[in-house]
Design a protein around this ligand. Structure first.
Ligand code: TYD
Ligand code: MG
Length: 462
């Protein structure tokens, strides 16, 4: 007893950022969160638990780079094109994918649908349900109209058991819902603790790599939007997907935050309906569906989400304030960006917003982070302030600088194609973008403006 005491050591792991400390501290020195350090027992190497069923990589030999096939890894291509898009073109065998998102957003639903499709087309799929009973999964499957012979549900929380089933069944895909509920019997700490989650995930991912089985892990998300548990989980997997959406909107965005096999910032757009998550093939059309063409305060921005152009409606309302300090509220845009744009409008264009409350909303629950939407936001605010509608046939793009100048943004061609597709006959863009000699789609007139003031002259209908 005394001997093991002296051999085992104790460390402290931060549950927020995963950093390791040698002594307990109230505040993590790395991420500055309070009360996040958890005690973890470190065992001496020879006493390390040997993971059940997991072979060591003894037989792996170094390979000359010249002999490694260059034609990419063959993927499991899904019929669901939105899922394919965020995964970078399908599921890579042996990859680890972490799927995060708020509770109730639809993680289990979309993964069960994906599992059913893979079971139908490719082989045995194992769905490990650590949070819900097999009856609950059964009810969801019934609702979704799924009854695949080759889709197996395993209500199990002990990782050693799960590993054994995977070894025996050799499925083509494993889904673990959720990793926070998985328990490692050999571990010393409680289920859900940092070391439990990390060790269980590492065992599952290693087995996946060994047998070339893709492993999808569902992870919970904290209030601030990061995936709960050790951040280390995000480093362990190849792909991190985040399912987002507004509670009162049916749209769900599946965003790739990290992807070792494809580009990040790709978004898949879905709608949560009675029959589960259905892909939205023409998102721009959906976002513009309820637009009132000649209403003041509404402008159409052409933004990019990953490699996909998206047309979204920006709505602004400026109204006389009853407060000593006017309010600025942004829904779907960064508040600092809004403050900057109202300041530029006041100082450079002479639109005095100092006694105006300004509200901006991106319709449909979208969040726009790229500055390419600046001009549309500024135009929408000016349109509301002056009670003049924005010309209904104009799509708007461009960044606004502090001097009121318009600055170029990337991918003009792609953005314009999307605008043409949706029937816009004119586009308003920073003038410099037109000088680049890019071939632009026909059927749309591109109007170049040098400053925000020039742009307002074109966009607002008097
Ligand atoms: P769920 O996939 O359980 O969310 P998560 O796993 O992220 O917690 O989804 C739960 C919500 O989705 C629930 O409010 C019911 C709704 N839902 C539908 O609207 N349609 C459906 O077909 C299904 C299965 C669920
Ligand atoms: Mg769930």
């Amino acid at each position: 007893m005394a001997k093991t005491k002296t051999q085992s050591k104790v460390q402290y792991v931060c549950s927020a950022c995963g950093s390791v400390q040698m002594k307990w501290l109230g505040k993590c020195p790395d991420c500055e969160e309070w009360n996040t350090l958890e005690e973890v027992e470190v065992r001496p190497a020879e006493k390390n638990r040997s993971p059940v069923g997991v072979g060591t990589f003894q037989n792996i030999q170094p390979v000359s780079l010249a002999h490694i096939p260059k034609d990419g890894v063959p993927r499991l291509v899904l019929g669901n094109s939105e899922l394919n898009r965020v995964l970078g073109g399908g599921i890579v065998p042996g990859s680890g994918v972490l799927v995060g998102g708020d509770p109730g957003i639809g993680k289990s639903t979309i993964l069960l649908q994906m599992a059913a499709e893979v079971a139908r087309t490719s082989g045995v799929v194992l769905y490990v349900s650590a949070e819900e009973s097999d009856h609950q999964i059964g009810r969801r499957a019934q609702r979704l109209g799924i009854s695949e012979e080759r889709l197996f549900v395993l209500p199990e929380i002990v990782v050693e058991q799960i590993l054994e089933h995977i070894e025996r069944m050799k499925p083509v895909l494993v889904i673990v819902d959720s990793i926070q509920a998985i328990y490692n019997e050999a571990g010393s700490s409680a289920a859900g603790s940092v070391s439990q989650v990390r060790d269980s995930a590492s065992l599952l991912l290693r087995l996946g790599k060994q047998y070339n089985i893709p492993i999808f892990l569902v992870g919970h998300v904290t209030k601030d939007g990061t995936i709960a548990g050790p951040r280390i989980l995000e480093h362990m997997v190849d792909v991190v997907l985040q399912l987002e959406g507004e509670r009162f909107h049916a749209y769900r965005l599946l965003r790739s935050v990290k992807n070792r096999f494809g580009s990040t910032n790709e978004v898949g757009i879905f709608e949560m309906s009675e029959g589960g998550m259905t892909e939205v093939r023409n998102p721009s059309e959906m976002f513009l569906a309820e637009r009132l063409p000649n209403a003041a305060g509404s402008a159409i921005a052409v933004s990019m989400e990953g490699t996909r152009p998206l047309l979204v409606e920006v709505q602004a309302l400026s109204s006389h304030t009853t407060f000593s300090q006017p309010r600025r509220t942004g829904n779907g845009i960064d508040l600092n960006r809004l403050l900057l744009l109202t300041a530029v409008l006041s100082k450079r264009v002479g639109i005095n917003l100092s006694d105006q409350d300004v509200f901006v909303n991106i319709v449909g629950g979208m969040k726009i982070v790229e500055p390419a939407a600046d001009l549309a936001i500024a135009v929408a605010i000016a349109s509301s302030f002056r009670s003049l509608p924005v010309a209904a046939d104009v799509a708007i793009l461009g960044e606004v600088g502090l001097s009121g100048e318009l600055r170029s943004v990337g991918q003009l061609g792609r953005r314009l194609h999307e605008a043409v597709k949706l029937g816009f006959s004119r586009a308003l863009a920073p003038r410099n973008m037109l000088r680049r000699g890019e071939t632009l789609p026909s059927g749309i007139e591109v109007i170049g403006a040098r400053t925000l003031r020039d742009a307002l002259d074109v966009a607002l209908v008097s």
